[in-house]
Design a protein around this ligand. Structure first.
Ligand SMILES: Nc1ncnc2c1ncn2[C@@H]1O[C@H](COP(=O)(O)OP(=O)(O)OP(=O)(O)O)[C@@H](O)[C@H]1O
Length: 262
């Protein structure tokens, strides 16, 4: 039987943005269906990798051979490719400046718009958004103004917005930034639920964001992959101290990893 094409097959990918090499001969293969965490310090190329994945950036083709395939395809209509993804970033949170309800934030995902204007909401869309609210346990907040929500509440509505199209892959770009302990707990609970049905690519510099369901960690440094492997192999005192350039100790507590001593 034929093996399904890997979700990502990138070989020798170099990407330059405004004359700056943001990804440097990077090679990575991710099978379809595998959750991964991309971990690395500021400026290591994590966001550039996600932008390349979403075809916002394109690699330069090298003489040594460049492979740039997503689900087995090199050439994609970018809209068709992007429709396979849900994407949540902090930047997105800041783009919602108008005072709209949490429910409307979710519904706006059907139109890839920032809010609702003259859009027609079908009963199916409404039902889907309500089901997502139930799944994410945010129904009680759905009528509240998005701008009045805490960062943690708002983050969960943006995740809901990203789920309306049943994406094949959900990209969470630093989802835990600026969240307090309770909000962190809620976010991780939400991520664990989602991981049961949707593939997650988590971009982070925070080790405890890597929920137990994510088994593989890819460490980025200087636009390159510094190390790639199982969580137990990658999240060690040595690798994490080297990549972040500070001496740390790594602890594993109930499947969550923490760095201390820095
Ligand atoms: N538009 C751009 N023009 C020039 N340089 C850029 C541009 N975008 C990113 N870079 C540079 O590319 C490198 C990688 O940036 P990138 O944003 O991918 O890192 P990151 O790991 O996502 O960082 P952070 O954790 O701070 O978000 C950095 O040195 C950054 O300054």
């Amino acid at each position: 039987m034929n093996q399904p094409a890997p979700f990502i097959d990138f070989q020798n990918i170099s990407v330059a943005v405004q004359g700056h090499l943001v990804l440097d001969s990077l090679s990575i293969q991710i099978p379809d269906g595998e959750h991964i965490a991309i971990l690395g310090p500021n400026g290591s190329g994590k966001s550039s990798f996600v932008k390349t994945l979403l075809r916002e950036h394109y690699p330069v083709y090298s003489e040594s051979g460049t492979v740039f395939k997503t689900w087995g395809q090199e050439r994609w209509d970018v809209f068709s490719l992007r429709s396979q993804f849900g994407y949540v970033s902090q930047d997105l949170q800041h783009t919602f400046t108008r005072s709209i309800s949490g429910m409307d934030v979710i519904l706006s995902g059907f139109f890839s718009s920032i809010g609702l204007f003259f859009h027609t909401i079908s009963p199916d869309m409404k039902k889907k958004a309500e089901d997502i609210c139930t799944f994410l346990e945010i129904t009680h907040l759905a009528d509240r103004s998005f701008s009045d929500m805490s960062s943690g509440e708002a983050r969960r509505f943006l995740i809901g917005r990203a789920l309306v199209h049943d994406p094949r892959v959900l990209i969470l770009d630093e989802p835990s930034n600026s969240l307090d302990l309770h909000a962190l707990h809620m976010l991780r609970t939400t991520m664990r639920k989602i991981a049961g049905k949707t593939v997650i690519i988590l971009v982070t510099h925070s080790l405890p964001d890597i929920i137990p369901e994510i088994k593989r960690v890819v460490l980025f440094k200087d636009g390159k992959i510094f190390h790639d492997g199982s969580k137990e192999d990658v999240l060690t005192d040595g690798y994490i101290s080297s990549v972040f350039e500070v001496q740390v100790k790594i602890h594993n507590e109930d499947g969550f990893f923490y760095a201390t001593g820095y």
